[in-house]
Write a protein that binds this ligand. Structure first.
Ligand code: F6P
Length: 280
């Protein structure tokens, strides 16, 4: 597992460099050599693929940027699903973005997840890694990820990050979110899952929601690349992650890119989601 964490760290340093290089961004234009410039998210995908392909224990990778999983080593036992650059459209407006990794043993299913990790590329580069009941925060300093502290959620928080298009939300979802705000919760939503959830984790708690809605009945966020890794991290940090009915990690996607409604947060807020949703 250490070699996987090291590969993620190397990938993060290379992706950060790619983000920083001025003339890459989203351009579809040709560069001076006449080659089509790679979009940043495709470039990030290739970086991670290259770093993980050096590790013998990695059997298969699945990426948000690839249609199908890719077998790297038949003898390996880790299955790694990743979103190379989540929220990449935010790079153009200079907001934070991130990479997300779910590490599974034997197959891609919530119950087979053994570790999860994400990297936030913001004013600083930070990495959060969850394994063996502990969530650790690292900070990139002088080219090295230094351990900072363990992350633990409070039982109740103050932040509300409500995803999706409000006019398409079910009425009971809207009432629930309104009622949180009526009790003093503060809106914190950038549109990047990684920084939005990172803020909730580091500020002690709250609720991030991306419900099923009339425009997206199964939500927007993909189980393998986005939902399961954050569910694992929130649960390890003492919080909860549900799909509205129960633990989201108990779900098994039928297809690699399947989505699920999702709610991540501290215990009190997620319990309230469960009771509101149970009544409908
Ligand atoms: O998966 C892409 C993503 O950008 C997430 O990072 C983010 O949480 C979500 O979409 C935002 O979606 P919306 O703009 O519909 O709230």
């Amino acid at each position: 597992m250490n070699t996987i964490l090291e590969a993620i760290q190397k990938s993060a340093i290379r992706i950060k460099h790619a983000i920083d290089v001025k003339d890459i961004g989203y351009s579809q234009e040709q560069n001076s050599s006449g080659e089509t410039q790679l979009q940043l998210d495709i470039q990030s995908d290739l970086i991670i693929e290259e770093e993980l392909s050096r590790i013998e224990t990695v059997h298969t990778i699945a990426s948000e940027e690839k249609e199908h999983p890719m077998v790297l080593n038949e003898k390996g036992h880790y299955y790694i699903a990743f979103d190379p650059l989540d929220g990449s459209s935010l790079v153009d407006v200079n907001l934070s973005v991130g990479s997300i990794f779910g590490i599974y043993e034997g197959e891609f299913s919530g119950e087979k997840m053994v570790a999860a990790c994400y990297v936030v590329y913001g004013p600083r580069v930070e990495l959060v890694f969850a394994q063996y009941g502990k969530v650790s925060l690292y900070l990139l300093q002088n080219g090295v990820f230094e351990y900072v502290k363990e992350i633990q959620l409070n039982v109740k928080g103050k932040i509300m990050a409500p995803g999706g298009t409000q006019q398409c939300w079910p009425a009971y979802h809207k009432q629930m979110i309104d009622s949180f705000f009526a009790r003093g919760y503060r809106l914190r939503y950038s549109g990047g899952m990684v920084p939005d959830l990172h803020q909730i984790l580091l500020k002690g708690g709250g609720l991030f929601s991306y419900p099923g809605a009339s425009d997206k009945p199964e939500g927007k966020l993909r189980m393998l690349f986005e939902v399961f890794p954050f569910a694992f991290i929130f649960e390890t940090a003492g919080g909860k992650a549900v799909d509205g009915k129960g633990d989201v990690l108990e779900k098994t996607p039928r297809h690699v890119h399947d989505t699920s409604p999702c709610f991540f947060g501290s215990n009190d807020e997620v319990n309230e989601v469960l009771s509101v949703y149970a009544a409908h």
